[in-house]
Design a protein around this ligand. Structure first.
Ligand code: HEM
Ligand SMILES: *[C@@H]1O[C@H](CO)[C@@H](O)[C@H](O)[C@H]1NC(C)=O
Length: 502
């Protein structure tokens, strides 16, 4: 009896020693971690990374936690962020390769796409191609601006049908953002109730909840359970379905592809593939499929949630909304529609959009990075392969970087002459080599949509809606709590009328 208890005790001790989570000398400090679970049990698993504020307060700008036996280092503040992501970019631009999100999204090892691809020549090549193509080269006759304006007509129509009523903008903005990226990828504009559209809105919504919630943490911490029929399997199914739909789209577009005459992203990619050949290059049809998912995914929730935040603030700061409208009316006087160039004449609107982006804090922890070699950060030592979490919120609200760090205030982006300027700490798209690949597109969307809608409509916080709650719902991409808006028509389209008369 005694012997077996002793044996059990010994085994347990051995187990604890083997799976001990300890911090090496020089590693950033953090709370004590227990074997197997790490700091998992100390976190609220429904939104595991939401309640780490106390840790930053206690351990400083750079601290570590263990998710299972995996150490992660959180970076707070502009100074540390710049040192890591800009000055030591090469050391800090990797991506973790063995988290749930990798296994769910990346079906094939040789085709990692771009978002989750590790820091490598292949990633660089795919990223450069993606940037070039989105930058209006290659995408055919129709400019990016026209594609966006085309979708805005869609949105305007829905708004017009809502005049005088109270509407929920959630689905509308998600559909619109998804449709804009679909036009880029497939030159196809879907009806908002199309099954293809609906499927992707579901995939993006549901999978991010699973991956960033309780079940994702369990998957990442305890490898033994990965093949069990637990709720995380749903994310795998959904991504599989997404991939099948993209594959089908690709096959369909390939049939009508004419080399050298690109109509959309798929054609551009096929042209490039044709030019290079599959051998010895990072270009392949699998890679194209991975890119479609990456761009579709990255371009939908982010933009939609930022738009939602923008309108939430505009409604609750009616004077700000009115001042935007005056500037818009003045600059667009006599013009049919806004162009992205008009932003240079609209410093106030620019400031408001940037300020809503700051407050929206849409991607609070960016996408996780990884160190590519043993390196140093602010005096700490980080071994190769350490997961690094850039806390973008900590910079967007950092005291000392903003005129009013905690309140909504467009003056954060206006100098004494009322000119627009962008503080260094404005990094909702992150910074360094991994900075958002869709930044230019997203900025164009935000500007054109906000300007066009404010020109035509006034948005009012419904009287019965109570006090607004600006605290977003935490997630990889954050979203404002659902709200409704009252839509009023401002102007009949006098410019169009003048055209017909003259
Ligand atoms: C307001 C809208 C958007 C916000 C706030 C946003 C934000 C971000 C952030 C924070 C990252 C992570 C950067 C890092 O790891 O340090 C990122 C990456 C990325 N975004 Fe966006 N994004 C937006 C819209 C878009 C759009 C419209 C597209 C698609 C065209 C897009 C495509 C990507 C891609 C492909 C990456 C991965 C880049 C890489 O790993 O090299 N994003 N974005
Ligand atoms: C990121 O920074 C914000 C603002 O300083 C803080 O509230 C939040 O807890 C931080 N998140 C993490 C994961 O450290």
């Amino acid at each position: 009896m005694f012997a077996s208890v002793a044996l059990l005790f010994l085994v347990l001790l051995l187990f604890l020693l083997l799976f001990q989570n300890f911090r090496a000398k020089g590693f950033p400090p953090g709370p004590r971690a227990i074997p197997v679970f790490g700091n998992l049990l100390q976190l609220n698993l429904e939104s595991p990374i939401a309640d780490l504020e106390k840790l930053a307060k206690r351990y400083g700008n750079i601290y570590s936690i263990f998710i299972g036996s995996r150490p992660m280092v959180v970076i707070n503040g502009l100074q540390a962020m710049k040192e890591a992501l800009v000055n030591k970019a090469g050391d800090f631009s990797g991506r973790p390769q063995d988290l749930m999100v990798n296994h769910a999204v990346q079906m094939k090892d040789h085709a990692p796409g771009v978002i989750l691809a590790d820091y490598s020549p292949n990633w660089r090549e795919q990223r450069r191609f993606g940037l070039m193509t989105l930058r209006n080269f290659g995408l055919g006759k129709q400019s990016m601006e026209q594609r966006i304006l085309g979708e805005i007509r869609h949105i305007t129509k829905v708004m017009e049908d809502s005049i005088g009523t109270i509407m929920s903008p959630q689905m509308l903005f998600h559909n619109a953002a998804s449709n804009i990226i679909c036009q880029v990828l497939f030159a196809k504009q879907f009806d908002y109730d199309d099954d293809f559209m609906k499927y992707f809105v579901t995939v993006f919504h549901e999978t991010s909840k699973i991956i960033n919630g309780f079940w994702g943490m369990i998957y990442d911490s305890i490898p033994m359970v990965r093949s069990l029929p637990l709720p995380f399997q749903r994310a795998f199914e959904l991504f599989k379905g997404a991939r099948e739909r993209h594959l089908q789209m690709m096959t369909e577009k390939k049939k009508t592809w004419v080399p050298g005459k690109p109509r959309h992203f798929i054609d551009c990619y096929l042209d490039e593939l044709h030019k290079r050949g599959e051998d010895g290059s990072s270009f392949s049809e699998d890679q194209l499929c991975a890119l479609l998912l990456d761009l579709h995914f990255a371009g939908t929730d982010t933009t939609a949630n930022t738009l939602l935040a923008a309108f939430l603030y505009l409604m609750n700061y009616p004077h700000t909304q009115e001042r935007c409208q005056q500037e818009i009316d003045k600059v667009l006087d006599g013009k049919d529609q806004a162009t992205f160039e008009d932003r240079h004449q609209m410093p106030y609107v620019q400031a408001v959009i940037h300020e809503t982006q700051r407050m929206a804090n849409t991607v609070p922890l960016a996408v996780f990075h990884k160190t590519t070699k043993d390196t140093q950060l602010m005096g700490y030592s980080l071994p190769k392969g350490t997961i690094v979490i850039p806390n973008l919120s900590s910079v967007l609200f950092e005291e000392g970087q903003w005129k009013s760090p905690h309140e909504f205030n467009p003056d954060n982006f206006l100098n004494d002459q009322g000119e627009f300027f962008k503080p260094e700490a404005f990094m909702p798209f992150s910074t360094g080599p991994r900075v958002c690949l869709g930044e230019a597109l997203a900025r164009m969307e935000l500007f054109l949509i906000v300007v066009t809608l404010l020109r035509k409509f006034t948005f009012i916080w419904p009287e019965d809606a109570g006090e607004p709650d600006f605290t977003p719902v935490f997630g990889t991409t954050q979203t404002p709590k659902p709200f409704r808006m009252k839509v009023q028509l401002r102007r009949t389209d006098t410019t169009n009328l003048n055209h017909t008369l003259s």
